[in-house]
Write a protein that binds this ligand. Sequence first.
Ligand SMILES: O=C(O)C1=C[C@@H](OP(=O)(O)O)[C@@H](O)[C@H](O)C1
Ligand SMILES: C=C(OP(=O)(O)O)C(=O)O
Length: 434
Amino acid sequence: MKIYKGEVSTLPPDKSISHRAALIGAIAKGTTEISNFSAGFDNQSTLGVLQACGITVRQEKITKDNGTVVRNVVIHSNGLWSFTRPQSELMCGNSGSTMRMFAGILAAQPFESVLVGDSSLMKRPMHRVAEPLRLMGAEVTLSPKNTAPVVIKGSAELRPLRYELQVPSAQVKSLVAFAALHADGESCIVENLCSRNHTEVMLGLQVKKLSEDKKEIIVPGRTSVAAKPFHIPGDPSAACFIIALGLLSPGSEILLRDVCLNPTRTGYLTVLDEAGAEIQLENIRLAGGEKIGDILVRYSPSMNPLRISDPALVANVIDEIPMLAVLSACATGEFELHNAAELRGKESDRISAVVNNMERLGFVCDEYADGFAITGQSNTVNGVVPIESYDDHRIAMSFAIADKVLPAELEISDSEVIGVSFPKFFEIIESLEH
Ligand SMILES: O=C(O)C1=C[C@@H](OP(=O)(O)O)[C@@H](O)[C@H](O)C1
Ligand SMILES: C=C(OP(=O)(O)O)C(=O)O
């Protein structure tokens, strides 16, 4: 087994913040400069859809002194209602965030638009998008299975609303906020379980905390958004894969620089810390309203199995669950998850995707409607094991890490899908190999 040592200062820029910076740039009056924008396919889909809606977007690649290439994006807009009628269907690729968050802005435009995606995105739940937008006065049509194409006949006269989120989804919260910014009066979004809060932070929305988890987010209607610069920090959800590699590989020590440490994203660090992982946060600071810092991770041979069932925690770690499951099983043979039915509506059904692949590797799994348990390994599998990525970047990356630490050689199908969120995944791992 290899040792992984060194520093990573080129994590992908955060996917969630990149999407939002681009969308906010498109509704803000003036010029929005975004430094360190993500090259991931999903974020590039967002820029493509903006251009198809008539927004001026310029993207530049800058080579830094140390040879690393970063992308800066400049967006010009006249503020709310700057979108123009698209000439064709809007292709969102693999990106649920793109489809759902654009729906909020398109609902306020006085024309019809159609959002489509790749075969995975066309299967994902979209009723959650249609419901609040219909309540505000937009006409939204879905397929009979409540999936895309999402056909939106927007209205420039959207009504404000008080909307209680039915699922803890930051995408739905954001699309309602984007639509509500165009509405004729103040709206209120009620969230019972906290999801990532970048939209609130980046738009400077007022948030009233009603209890530990419950919050009201106030969105003023028809208020001009001022253009401001954004710098995108490293993606904690991408960092999770490199952290898992460091925790599982004897002798390893990795320092990840400039990672977003927003507490609505870092539940997985707390869970790992409680399980005995050696992880230290350093150089913590605030930048652009977001907490950022460096993460130092060391090989941790005596971790306890991870058990995740608190719905508030599930919402916080939703994108890290495939990696946490594989990490826990590789370290201890065990893992347990409940209250996570949302995982079935991601780029793949992430519950059955993890279970099916873990079973191929000889692990004993129990699958439930809202989770699964891994209870041990019946036999140590050697040789080549075919692993199905289900065209899902997080499944492909989770098992690519397992490939580095298990005795078997894992052959992962369609691993190029990793480019959705982490184009330099293999390059970074190679740079750490000793
Ligand atoms: O708002 C966002 O940036 C995201 C929200 C989450 O989705 P849901 O809103 O469907 O929970 C997450 O899974 C996705 O990767 C990114
Ligand atoms: C669920 C994800 O993204 P999206 O919903 O934007 O496709 C993800 O990146 O894990």
